[in-house]
Structures are given as C-alpha cells and as structure tokens.
Design a protein around this ligand. Structure first.
Ligand code: B16
Ligand code: MG
Length: 217
C-alpha cells in the first residue's frame, strides 16, 4: 500500500455534528422530525441528497427552486458554524498521525463530498498535511459512487488498490469498495459489514501503515 485517502466530516474532525445542527434548523422550520439517527443517513451524502432524506418525513410538496433555497439556507447556517473552527479543533493525535504516515512515505489525500472542504482545511491548518484534495467541487456523483476517491487516487498518482480509504459513513465504505480501494471504517462505519478493517482510534492507522492491515493494534 502506498497511500491513504481520508474522508473529512466525521473522520478528520467532528463537522458531522455541525451538519446536524444546521439541518436541524431547517427541519425544525418545516416541522419535520429530525434526530441523530436520521442524521447518520446523511453521512457522506451530498447536500441535495441529504435534503431528500429529510423530506421523507414531510407531508407537503416543494418545487425544485424551494429545495434549492433550503439547501442554500442550510449551507449558510453551516458556514456560520464553521467560524467556530480553528487549528485547535483538530485533535493533536490526528495531526501527529498524519505526520507519521507521511514520514513513513505514504501519499495522503482527502476524499470528501463536501463543497466546504477547502475552507475547513484552511481554517484548521490541515491543508499542508495532504498531497491532494478531491471534494464536492470536482465530482458529479456523490458517495456511494466512487468518483471522489478515484479522483483523489489520480491526484496522488496511485492505483485504487494501492490506497486505504478511511471513512465514517456506510455510503463512503460502499464507494471505496466500488472503486477497488481498501476500506477502513471508523466511528459509525466501524459497524459497517463492508469495512475490511474497523478501528476505534485514529492513531491505529500508524500501525496499519507500518505493519500492514493484519497487524493493527
Ligand atoms: P456540503 P464527507 C459530507 O462530507 C458530509 O458527511 C455530508 O453530511 C454532507 O452533506 C456532504 O459532505 C456535503 O457537504 O454541504 O458541505 O457540501 O463526510 O464526505 O467528508
Ligand atoms: Mg464523513
């Protein structure tokens, strides 16, 4: 293996909680029940597809323009919440693990469905930790389609079979499998049957990198 591709929201940092808070405001306004269980289904899924999942519990009908307005409104709430991020938001173990992987010679990329990826990486000063970024701005199909990871692999000049993908979402694990990557599940995705390896601590990646996936401690 020669590379790691990291999902952003829910893997490198807890922006999954900020997505939840922003969607909750929209759902409350429309009187739609929305909780963290439903929110788990939004992990890795595009903004537009997330709205469709939330609207499953909505009785009314919305036009395409109204749906677009709701997506924009959610994104404005989300961007306000992103102002709370800074370099201290990233757990020291995450930064230190990324440095360790790079020192071992691995190429590192981000593979995220989010169109806010670059803002988040800059605000948290994580941008210098990666060789490439593939995100919601350079894809036409969101996870579980493998496009975002295939682009990330291309940007670091590696074949999918040479890359681990680290994901918190079932949709992301499915995308990794579909693209021919080695999927590692963390957080909610550590229960995902399709994850070849399940970890509960980001720092375990150092041993996986050093000794191979059969030797994670
Ligand atoms: P945005 P990831 C995903 O990021 C989030 O998990 C998902 O909840 C969100 O809807 C999607 O990005 C789009 O984000 O609205 O910021 O463009 O997990 O793939 O890093
Ligand atoms: Mg995620």
């Amino acid at each position: 293996m020669k590379g790691f591709i990291f999902d952003l929201d829910g893997v490198l940092l807890s922006t999954d909680e900020l997505h939840y808070q922003a969607w909750k405001k929209v759902a409350d306004k429309l009187g739609i029940p929305f909780d963290r269980t439903i929110n788990d289904r939004l992990r890795g899924v595009s903004r537009e597809a997330s709205l469709e999942i939330i609207l499953e519990k909505y009785d009314g009908r919305l036009s395409a323009a109204e749906k677009e307005d709701l997506c924009n409104e959610k994104n404005e709430y989300y961007k306000e919440l992103l102002h709370t991020l800074n370099e201290r938001t990233i757990l020291p173990q995450v930064r230190e693990t990324l440095k360790d992987l790079r020192a071992q010679g691995y190429r590192l990329a981000v593979g995220s469905s989010s169109k806010n990826t670059k803002t988040i990486l800059q605000r948290t000063e994580l941008d210098s930790c990666f060789d490439a970024v593939s995100d919601g701005n350079n894809i036409s199909k969101s996870k579980p389609d493998p496009e975002v990871f295939l682009k990330a692999a291309e940007y670091i000049f590696l074949d999918p079979k040479e890359c681990y993908v680290v994901e918190d979402a079932d949709a992301g694990i499915d995308a990794a499998v579909a693209g021919g990557f080695y999927p590692i599940g963390i957080g909610p995705a550590s229960h995902c049957a399709a994850a070849k390896l399940k970890i509960d601590d980001f720092t375990q990646l150092k041993d996986i990198a050093r000794y191979g996936s059969g030797n994670a401690r």
